[in-house]
Structures are given as C-alpha cells and as structure tokens.
Design a protein around this ligand. Structure first.
Ligand SMILES: Nc1ncnc2c1ncn2[C@@H]1O[C@H](COP(=O)(O)OP(=O)(O)OP(=O)(O)O)[C@@H](O)[C@H]1O
Length: 645
C-alpha cells in the first residue's frame, strides 16, 4: 500500500538532561511501557548518538594486493589506534576487539526495546566503499540463511517481542524501503511486477515533504504491512534487488545509493484485566519507526576507477556524504551547538531524511565500518574522525503517540472527569433528597411521639380514676358486707339502712366502754387473786409459828398481846397493796383514754373494720373473764377480812 509515510517527527524542545546509559537488555525481555504515562511522552530523553566501530578482516582482494593490517584495537577497551591516531568509541568490534556477532546484542537490541516503548530508533552504517556496511547491516539479506546481519536479527527480534506481547497489545507492522540515488528518493518496494528491469518504465522519484510541525514525509511511499519475519524479509530482499548497485575497483557489488529500510510499528495496548483498565490507558496507541540505514560508501574516483556513469554517481554519493559530514560536524561540535550554529540538514536529501536520526527524535547508533588495510588508512582515519565527532551528537527522543489517539485520550479523560463530576453532583442532589426525607421522617416521629405522650397521660388519669373507683367499690362492698352481717344478726332492714356513721361511732363507744369495764374487772380480779394467794400463805405461816410457841408452854397473856400486833401489821400490808392496785387502775384508765381517742380517729375512716376489731377484742376479753371465774385458785377462797375503808 502506498501512503504518505511520516519519516521523522519534530521533538518537543526540552533542556538537555544528563547523559543516560541504558542497562544491557536481557535476552527475550519485553519492557512494557508504563501506559498512560504522559510524562514520559512529553519529556524527551536526552541521548547521545552511540558509536560503534566494526573492523572487518582483510578481504581477498586486499590480501592479493599485499595490504597489511594497520588498525590496532586496544584489548579490553573500545579504542582504535591507527598510526598515531587513537580514537575511543562506545564499542569496537572485529580485529582484536569484541566479536562482531555481539553488535546486535550490545548496540541494536536496546534500540528494538526502545522501539517497542514508542521511540524512533536508527542504526546508521557509515564507511568507505567496501568497508562492510552492507555486510554488517545485512541489507542484502535474501532470507535463505542467517547472514548474521543487523536487519535480519532486528526482524526476528521484533516478531518475537510482538508475539510475546500480543496478549494485551495489537500490532500493525509495516515496512518501507527507499534509496537515495543521485539525490533522488526512490521507493524500492514499488513493485514493477514481472516486467524486466530493462523494460521497466523509468522510476518516479518520491517527493520529500515537510509538514507544518516539521515532520518530514515521503509522499506516496509504499508501506507494506507485514505479519511475519519471513514476509518482512521478502520485502527486504525484493527491495535489495531493486537497489542500484554497480561494480567498482573497490567493490564488485558496490552500493551506489543510500538505502533506508524502515520498520514502522503501531501498538495498540489493550489491557486484559479490568483492574488494569481502571488504572491504565487501555487504548494507548504508540507509533515508532526503526530506520536501518545502509549508506553508500565514500569513495575516491581515482581509487574506485569510476568514470562516466559511476563517476557521476560517486559525485552524488560524496555530495550526500559531505552534507552528512557537515551535519555531524555541526551537531558534534559542542561549541557550535552551544552557539546554536545552523545545522545544514537541507543540503541533501540524505540529511533531510536523517534529520531526526541525528540530533532529533531518535535513539541512534552509528556503526562506523572500516577496512584494516593499510591501503585504506586515509579513508579509515576520516571515517574514524567523523564517527568520533558523531559521539557528541545529542538526540532528544520522545515516545510517539498517535496524534488522533492522543486527542482521543484527552477527550476520554475529559469525559471521565465530566462523568465523575456528574456523578458527584448527582450524588450531591441525592444526598439533599435523602436529607429532606430524613427531616420529614423526624417530624413525623416527633408528632407521633407527642401523640403517644398524650395518650399515656390519658391512660395514667384513667388508671387513677379506676383506682379510686376500686377503693370506692371496696368500701361499698365492705358496707354491704356489714349490712349483710347485720341482717344475719337479725337487724331489720330499716335499721340497717338508717344506720349511719354516727350510730357506728356510738356503737364503737359502747364497745370501748364495755371493753374498759371488762379490762378493769379482769385486772382487779388478777390482783385480788394474787393478793389473796399471798395473804393465805402468810397467814398459814403465822398460824404454824403460833402453834409451835404454844407447844413450848408460853403464857396466855403474852398470846393476846401478840395477836393485836399482828392485826396492825396486816392492816399496813393491806393498805400498801391497795395503793398499788389504785396506781395500776389509774394507769389502765390512761391507756383506755388513749384507746378511746384512737377509736374516734379510726371511726372517722372505716367503722366496719373497727367494729370487727373491737367485737373480736370484746369476745376475747369475755372469754378471759370466764376463764378467771372458773380458775381453781378462786375455789380455795379463805374468808378474807374486809378491806379497811
Ligand atoms: N566482517 C566481514 N567479514 C568478512 N567479509 C566481509 C566483512 N565485511 C565485509 N566483508 C566483505 O567485504 C566486501 C565488501 O563488503 P560490503 O559490500 O558490505 O561493503 P560496503 O561498505 O557495503 O561497500 P559499498 O559501499 O561499496 O556498498 C564484501 O565482499 C563482503 O563480503
């Protein structure tokens, strides 16, 4: 499919931050971008261009010519020495340095990782003709066997990662393949069909366009969607075949153009779990590109033996590489950069297309390919100088979010905010309604409470009335019982009916006076009995003593005198007893008066009860009196002299 491919993006300007080095990636590790992290997207990561040098071995033509190895790699150091020149890089491979097979793992894998995080990435192979750029990049990969080049390994890793992430991420992977040949951009994937190359119509160059926001686009370039590594490799192989190559003295199949193989990845993150959905931006869309650049080799016309067509090509190649060198110089020179020196991106199509890869929105690795042959020493030193300068280029990579998606996300977050606000306002009005309902409920309850209080008071009053009525009824019942008792006792109904409370009181008085009389009589009898018993004993004693005296022969005259004395003593004793009895009687009188007073008080309240009480008392006292009368002590009565008046 043909479309207008965005080739670069203008980075957001950001103050340069300290140089960061990424930790080496783990094999097969998938670093998942924190979704919804707008901070990461808006803050560019300042990254210097990484530079690696790959020293190829001496090749057959060089050995045939008797060339010697003039490049020395410092063991264990990323340092290259050629003659008096010593250069230090991020990595050095080949020769006595690290194995070239480590280029991908150490330099390129981190870029693939960044690609999946939404960053644009670039690998740029630079060097003189025949230095091994195409070999290192693997641009001419046919798919038949693993040549160990960078592009095939990138393709393989991309699909491995995509497979690992497909559970929660949708991928759209596309490739484009262009070449810049004689300062024109051609689409290497623009399939001419089965038409023979010679018979094919002249290729139409692609126009470079720059959008308002500074993005460089290629109008109408083929962006082929690919679903597999093999599919991608097919496009690479087909494009490589279309690439302009030619034989020179330096390289039997020298690339006469700068080739850029671009892998575009669009990732749509869809969280599978609901919990993730609530916290992450589940529909984040990231768009990133991996530019794999295989430059045409710098060459000297004299050495390459180019003439005619090849010479013209070489001039164009050198013009583009010169512009690239100038861009690298402008960006790599710290003084010029600080002064804000002009960067001549527009001097060539190559530099225009690589604008973001060098000093822009990309993470870039430059691989300087060099020949160790002493015959190439001059070009090698030039390459190493450029490469060394490129290390100073500072890029500002940002995560590329699809603008439409970004807008959608913005709208979605706005929608969520509005929904939450609406929910809040709704819940606020609901709370008000609830409050009003509660207030109504409270009023109703208060009303009901007061009603119940009134009812309770009424009940209390009626209870009191009932209690009074119960008392009255009880009284009435008592009166009726009394009347019934009276009727039983033979009273006429009229008497019973006319019997009032005054009559009751009179009756009480009668009872009381009778009780008083009886009590007085009982007391008197008690004392009388006691006195009689005492006197009887005394008289018996005295009589016995007198008989004893007579029996002992006493005279009669003496007996008469003593009889008079006894009479006087008895008189005195009797008087004292009489006094005691009088006192006791007085005491009893007092008690009876008290009882009478109490009776009067009682008579005012409940005569029936009193009546009963005194009737019982009267009955008891009569029984007591009878008991005294039949007492055996009284049957032993001895004639008692009359009391002294
Ligand atoms: N690391 C290497 N080991 C063995 N042979 C190599 C290596 N690198 C390159 N060669 C050989 O060197 C020759 C030139 O390599 P290549 O075509 O990749 O160079 P180039 O830089 O792409 O040249 P040009 O700029 O002319 O296209 C090829 O025959 C290639 O097989």
């Amino acid at each position: 499919s043909s479309s207008t491919a965005s080739f670069s993006r203008t980075p957001a300007t950001h103050p340069l931050s300290p140089r960061r080095r990424e930790a080496p990636p783990r094999e097969g590790a998938v670093r998942v971008l924190p979704m919804g992290s707008s901070d990461m997207a808006s803050q560019p990561q300042s990254d210097s261009v990484k530079v690696a040098v790959n020293v190829r071995p001496l090749i057959t033509p060089e050995l045939v010519l008797g060339c010697t190895d003039c490049v020395t790699v410092t063991p264990g150091e990323p340092q290259v020495q050629i003659g008096p020149h010593v250069f230090t890089y991020d990595h050095v491979y080949g020769s006595t340095g690290s194995s070239s097979s480590l280029i991908f793992e150490q330099c390129v894998y981190p870029l693939v990782d960044s690609l999946f995080c939404g960053y644009n990435t670039t690998v740029l192979a630079y060097g003189q003709t025949g230095s091994g750029k195409t070999y290192t990049m693997g641009t001419n990969y046919s798919g038949e066997s693993n040549c160990g080049g960078i592009i095939p390994q990138v393709m393989e890793t991309i699909f491995k990662k995509a497979d690992a992430m497909k559970g929660d991420t949708e991928f759209l992977i596309r490739v484009s393949f262009i070449e810049i040949f004689k300062e024109e951009v051609f689409d290497l994937l623009d399939d001419p069909g089965s038409v023979a190359k010679a018979a094919a119509p002249a290729r139409v160059p692609i126009q470079i366009r720059e959008t308002a926001n500074g993005s460089i686009t290629l109008a109408g370039v083929t962006e082929a969607e690919v679903k597999s590594k093999e599919e991608m490799a097919l496009h690479l192989a087909r494009g490589s075949l279309s690439r302009a190559t030619g034989s020179t003295n330096m390289n039997s199949q020298s690339s006469r153009s700068h080739a850029i193989f671009t892998i575009s990845i669009e990732q749509k993150r869809t969280s599978s779990s609901a919990s993730e959905k609530s916290t992450s931006n589940e529909y984040d869309i990231l768009s990133s590109k991996f530019h794999l650049v295989d430059l045409a080799g710098s060459e000297r016309a004299k050495r390459t033996g180019a003439d005619g067509l090849r010479l013209k090509e070489g001039i164009h190649i050198n013009r583009g590489l010169l512009a690239l060198g100038n861009v690298i110089s402008a960006l790599g020179d710290e003084k010029k950069r600080k002064e804000g020196a002009f960067v001549p991106y527009r001097d060539s199509k190559l530099t225009r297309l690589l604008q973001d890869s060098l000093g822009g929105n990309s993470k870039t690795v430059m691989i300087a390919c060099i020949s160790p042959a002493d015959s190439n020493a001059e070009e090698t030193i030039n390459t190493l100088k450029y490469a060394n300068r490129a290390r100073n280029i500072q890029n500002k990579a940002v995560i590329n979010r699809d603008p439409v998606t970004a807008e959608m996300q913005k709208l979605r977050s706005q929608l969520e905010q509005l929904q939450s606000e609406l929910l809040f306002s709704r819940s606020g009005s609901a709370a008000l309604e609830e409050l009003q309902l509660l207030q109504q409920k409270v009023s109703l309850l208060e009303l009901k409470n007061s009603e119940l209080y009134c009812e309770l008071k009424e009940r209390e009053m009626s209870c009191e009335q009932l209690a009074q009525r119960a008392i009255a009824t009880q009284l009435e019942k008592d009166q009726l019982m009394l009347k019934l008792e009276s009727a039983r006792n033979g009273k006429s109904w009229d008497d019973i009916e006319n019997a009032g409370s005054e009559q009751d009181v009179d009756l009480m008085k009668t009872y009381i006076s009778k009780i008083q009389q009886l009590e007085a009589e009982v007391t008197r009898q008690k004392f009388t009995t006691a006195c009689r018993n005492g006197l009887h004993d005394r008289l018996a004693l005295d009589k016995g003593m007198l008989l004893d005296d007579l029996g002992s022969g006493c005279e009669v005259g003496t007996l008469e005198v003593s009889s008079e004395v006894d009479e006087e003593e008895k008189e005195r004793e009797h008087s004292s007893i009489q006094e005691k009895l009088d006192m006791e009687l007085q005491d009893l009188d007092k008690r009876l008066q008290q009882k009478e007073a109490e009776m009067k008080q009682f008579a005012k309240s409940d005569t029936s009860v009193l009546k009963q009480h005194y009737e019982t008392k009267l009955h008891e006292m009569e029984q007591e009196k009878r008991a005294f009368q039949v007492s055996p002590g009284l049957n032993l009565l001895i004639p008692f002299p009359p009391l002294k008046q």
